[in-house]
Design a protein around this ligand. Sequence first.
Ligand code: PMP
Length: 379
Amino acid sequence: MKRNLLLTPGPTQIPSELCAVLGKPIIHHRTPQFQENLKEVVEGLKYVCQTKNDIYLLTSSGTGAMEAAVCNLLSAGDQAITVEGGKFGERWTEICEAYGVKAHVIKVQWGHDVKPQEIKKFLDTHKNIKAVFITLAETSTGVTTDVKAVAEIVKDTSAVLVVDAVSGLAVTDLQTDNWGVDVVCSASHKGLMLPPGIAFVAASPKAIKLIEQSKSPRYYFDLRESKKAMEKTDTPYTPAIGIVIALVDSLRYVRKMGLENLFAHYARLAKGTQAAAEGLGLSVFPQESCRSNVLTAINLPANIDGEKLVKTMRDTYGISVAGGQDQLKGKIIRIAHMGVIDEYDILTGISCLEKVLHKMGHKFALGAGVAAAQRIFNQ
Ligand code: PMP
């Protein structure tokens, strides 16, 4: 058996304490015992989302929460803004199109962030926009969006602001209520360190009005049913019971650590990983001004086959990192800073990267990446 260290941007490493909880026998969900767990999970998710808004649990991966947001907020023929600076921004457009929603796409070069003024310009000239869809951490590129600045613009309009925080939640700051974000979508298998299976939507009163008016076809993801059930500390259908129960412990861990401390921890890991890349003579893919702390995307030299590099790290040495997607396929690797990952995991990942890069013919002083990261971690 080989250990498999997950430095991938979801799913992330599951701490052994949570594995133990996940291995417990299942209980029935229409019971006071389950309700106790559900109540604590909803409170914990409110803490992590920094909101007092309603939270609706869904049994799905993160994309289910995104689809639920679109079909519950909007109807065919409605207009929305999407921002495409990577794969997950594109997903917003695709889901809108599936429901007949007209998505006005703001295209952003991969590796750059959207300029909030562009969104403002569009909203100023298109008064019928009902929703603006953005991505907190664009996992395909390692770019972060200035959600606060976008919220500042959207909150004075009739549109709702919807944030895909699938990878960013509990890793980087998202002040839902303070900033005025209407809808947050996220899931169990990234910052919350559990298997995929539970996703959720946080919805403001402004969003709930739209949920009540939408004419889109919806059944399993009908948030009106979730709302009714949540009022009785229940779920409309059988939830991923084991994951809800494990979320109690995962969220207790997040609370114990404190969001501020976690954000600072991941920022340090990101800084160390970026320094390691530079120490190896490589560059970081996103522009410096919009680099996310959630993951680091590193450009590979032209003579290195990125897919082979990722495969060798995983299959030979048991270290999983992610490769590039679409236009970045084979050209970058992505190392996550999420969940229970600490500086020694990052150092292990970097030293493995060094080993494989060295074998593949990239020229650098062995140890240069690890040393650069160590200098940051020992500041
Ligand atoms: N949005 C972002 C930012 C993501 O990172 C992901 C998963 N990589 C998703 C959406 C989709 O989530 P899932 O694969 O859980 O459906």
